[in-house]
Write a new protein. Structure first.
Length: 598
């Protein structure tokens, strides 16, 4: 049957409009061999086949695949780890350098550098090649880690964290792009699941590892630890990762980079994210500083969109990737999922510390049910997608279960009911798992191989934006509810203490709760729980919004054929030639390799 299908695909001619309509109708129902052949038949038809290279899986042993995935996972793990590892180390770092500004900027510098450059790394990999770009990003990340570890003052540490974040943005993005180039679409779910598991574990273990290093050795080891493991990953990728190398000359490569688009997206993103990060905390939301940051950031983003769609010859984010229903729906729900997932990983530790009285180290341990359940099911969801070819159902079921889990968290109470704490976390974790990778698969079903880098970087960028928005909105809700309880707290604690446990100062005062008399501790913890309960309601609503969007995802056939996109200047020139094509002709289909026995 495989040989017959291949023969049909190779010899098919361009379908007529009527045939295309019939094929579209048939594609809506997926499952049996005949429909798969029809879909593959349609995908093989093209007027200008894209130049391809040999199937990447040809000649690669299972050991080599294991080593490559191990190195990609280690690179991703270290970058994700540095997002949270400093959360338990920041108080010690601030004390060491005697600098209060570090409390915000040590974390923000990494996140800003990370988010701002994600779209750019994807385009650079299109020009200079995936492997070469990945090696550069890992090297930049390790350089930033070394500079962080040897920092002599807070200014040096903040600058080093920004460098580390620039490299980290690439080492988070490029493994997903490499997986897309290494494996056919129907297998990617499993490998995306592995990367999602690595991300979740790193995010959860970060505070625990940071607490151990800070209390037992030195906070500097939060950064030193990256060097040996990152070095091994770098060496492994150098010798075993075999992807197309376009050997683009640096001068010619730089000549086709969209510097204006990059400047607009970086400037706009940084201004908006700084405004979101500091709004309601460092400055009031109606202050001139925050208003200017958000307004000018929005203008820069609007100019970026206009420039990319009308002027840019080789856009950083091609507007055509947003043409498809699956793309728009998947990008939208990925923002919702990133926002809702943060309800667990960011705010549950605050619940453990403020309401249950746990220290920062144990709050990371208490979060393990959420992360472990999410990690295990991420791999399982990837295997299910590989076996069944269905990515739509895991997306819908996952968001449904996640909404239930976050909704149940509103019943945690201000007393330690450990059966609820563990069970509700597991439910939310199970639901969150499929939507780390399944929306990306939905996006990749419609786009061309040449747009894999841009589409994947846009997906990571959307999740980063969702994370920042979630932190900001959650902080606003939390601060406002705590502020509304100030009079009640003042009647029990007095005005001075009530001020410390309400409004913007509440999240920074949790260490003082255990120093209060027993009769006051319960009042304060109840106030914190009231605020956190409202936040869990918020995140359940966000998850439900994602669930509603998910029904617009359309199930399509996951092809078993695979073509590694040929990066470099030749590909970009072909892209420029194809801009004049009509929308329904624009997507060239992959050419099936004669060696593909899948």
């Amino acid at each position: 049957m495989a040989a017959a299908t291949e023969s049909m695909a190779v010899n098919s001619s361009s379908p007529t409009p009527n045939a295309q309509c019939q094929d579209s109708t048939k594609d809506a129902f997926v499952g049996d061999t005949q429909r798969s052949e029809i879909a593959n038949d349609k995908q093989m038809s093209t007027k200008e086949p894209m130049e391809t290279v040999a199937l990447p899986e040809k000649g690669r042993t299972r050991l080599e695949t294991t080593l490559i995935m191990g190195a990609l996972s280690v690179s991703l793990f270290l970058s994700a780890l540095d997002t949270t590892i400093i959360t338990t180390a920041v108080p010690t770092i601030v004390t060491h350098f005697n600098s209060e500004i570090g409390y915000i900027w040590v974390g923000s510098a990494y996140l800003l550098g990370n988010a701002a450059v994600v779209p750019i790394w994807g385009k650079i990999s299109d020009i200079f090649g995936r492997k070469q770009t990945l090696l550069v990003t890992v090297s930049v990340f390790l350089l930033g880690s070394l500079l962080c570890a040897i920092s002599q003052n807070m200014a040096m540490l903040i600058a080093a964290r920004a460098i580390q974040g620039i490299g980290g943005g690439g080492t988070i993005l490029l493994p997903n792009i490499c997986v897309s180039d290494l494996f056919p679409l129907h297998k990617r779910g499993m490998y995306f699941g592995i990367l999602s598991t690595v991300w979740a574990l790193a995010s959860a273990l970060g505070p625990v590892i940071g607490g151990i290093f800070t209390s037992r050795v030195s906070w500097r080891w939060c950064f030193y630890i990256n060097l040996p493991f990152g070095g091994v990953a770098l060496a492994t990728l150098t010798f075993f990762l075999k992807l197309h190398n376009p050997r683009t000359p640096i001068r010619q490569g730089l000549a086709v980079i969209d510097f204006i688009g990059n400047l607009l997206v970086i400037g706009g993103t940084v201004m908006i994210l700084i405004g979101i990060q500091f709004g309601g905390i460092q400055y009031a939301w109606n202050s001139a500083t925050i208003i200017c940051l958000l307004v000018f950031g929005a203008i820069a983003v609007a100019l970026f969109c206009l420039y990319e769609s009308r002027i840019a010859k080789y856009p950083v984010i091609p507007p055509r990737i947003f043409r498809y229903r699956n793309s728009i729906s998947a990008y939208s729900l990925s923002v919702m999922h990133a926002m809702a997932f943060l309800g667990g990983t960011y705010w549950l530790p605050l619940y453990f510390q403020s309401v249950l009285g746990a220290n920062s180290l144990m709050s990371g341990v208490y979060l393990l049910p959420y992360v472990i359940s999410s990690s295990i099911v991420s791999i399982g969801a990837g295997i299910v997608i590989k076996k069944t070819g269905n990515f739509r159902l895991p997306i819908i079921i996952g968001l449904f279960v996640m909404t239930i889990g976050l909704g149940l968290m509103t019943y945690l109470d201000d007393e330690p009911h450990w059966d609820r704490i563990v069970l509700f976390q597991i439910i939310a974790g199970l639901g969150s798992a499929p939507n780390f990778q399944a929306p990306l698969i939905a996006i990749q079903t419609n786009i061309e191989p040449r747009d894999i880098g841009a589409a994947t970087s846009s997906y990571s960028f959307a999740r980063q934006i969702g994370t920042f928005i979630s932190i900001s909105i959650g902080g606003v809700v939390f601060n406002n509810v705590m502020k509304s309880q100030r009079d009640h707290l003042a009647s029990v604690l007095g005005q001075q203490l009530a001020q410390e446990f309400s409004g913007q100062e509440a999240s920074a005062s949790i260490q003082k709760i255990n120093d209060l008399p027993p009769n006051q501790i319960h009042t304060v913890r109840t106030a914190y729980w009231n605020a956190l309960q409202k936040m869990f309601i918020l995140y359940a609503c966000v998850s439900f919004t994602g669930l509603a969007i998910s029904f617009w995802i359309k199930q399509t056939v996951l092809t078993k054929e695979h073509t590694e996109h040929k990066t470099g200047l030749q590909s970009l020139k072909m892209e420029d030639r194809q801009k004049t094509k009509k929308p329904d002709e624009e997507r060239p289909a992959p050419v099936k390799s004669a060696n593909d026995s899948t």
